[in-house]
Design a protein around this ligand. Structure first.
Ligand SMILES: Nc1nc2c([nH]c(=O)n2[C@@H]2O[C@H](COP(=O)(O)OP(=O)(O)OP(=O)(O)O)[C@@H](O)[C@H]2O)c(=O)[nH]1
Length: 138
């Protein structure tokens, strides 16, 4: 049996362009190498999901987030890990995103994301996003 981790991820719109959101490409060499994902990471013991998301984006992107509502949740088992993925709406309140913990960063539309090699856990999320099934407004 593989370990289960709770992973929080952020749907961050490009400032001034509500149609595009920030996605990052994972580093080469590790798990899910060079696949694309939403910024975020694992929730540490004793940490709220919102605090974990703000911490991860501060560490990995050098931005401060205003974390909003939970938008989507799903579970996926990889050969090494089961991921409980939770997506939150968020907006950047300061800083410019920098790829401190990623190979690349891009702002993309959901349809453009579907053309990228994404982490498998995100595939149903992208389908819901493209189909307009996530309630993005506040
Ligand atoms: N941040 C993020 N992680 C995701 C997404 N989809 C998905 O399957 N994951 C997986 O969830 C886990 C996130 O953990 P992480 O980012 O803290 O850990 P990592 O593997 O990069 O580093 P580490 O385990 O060496 O600390 C990774 O296994 C990653 O592949 C996503 O959209 N965003």
């Amino acid at each position: 049996m593989v370990k289960t981790v709770r992973v929080v991820a952020a749907l961050i719109p490009q400032p001034g362009d509500g149609a595009r959101f920030l996605v990052q490409q994972r580093l080469p060499g590790g798990s899910r190498a060079l696949l694309w994902e939403f910024p975020g990471g694992k929730v540490e013991p004793g940490e709220t999901e919102q605090a974990a998301l703000a911490r991860e984006c501060r560490e990995e992107l050098d931005v401060e987030l205003d974390v909003g509502r939970r938008l989507w949740e799903g579970r996926h088992t990889y050969p090494d890990l089961t991921v409980e993925l939770v997506l939150y709406g968020a907006r950047m309140v300061s800083g410019e995103p920098k790829p401190l913990g990623a190979h690349a960063l891009r702002f993309m539309t959901p349809a453009e994301m579907q053309a990228l090699p994404f982490c498998e856990a995100d595939i149903p999320l992208l389908e819901d996003l493209v189909a307009g099934r996530l309630e993005l407004s506040a």
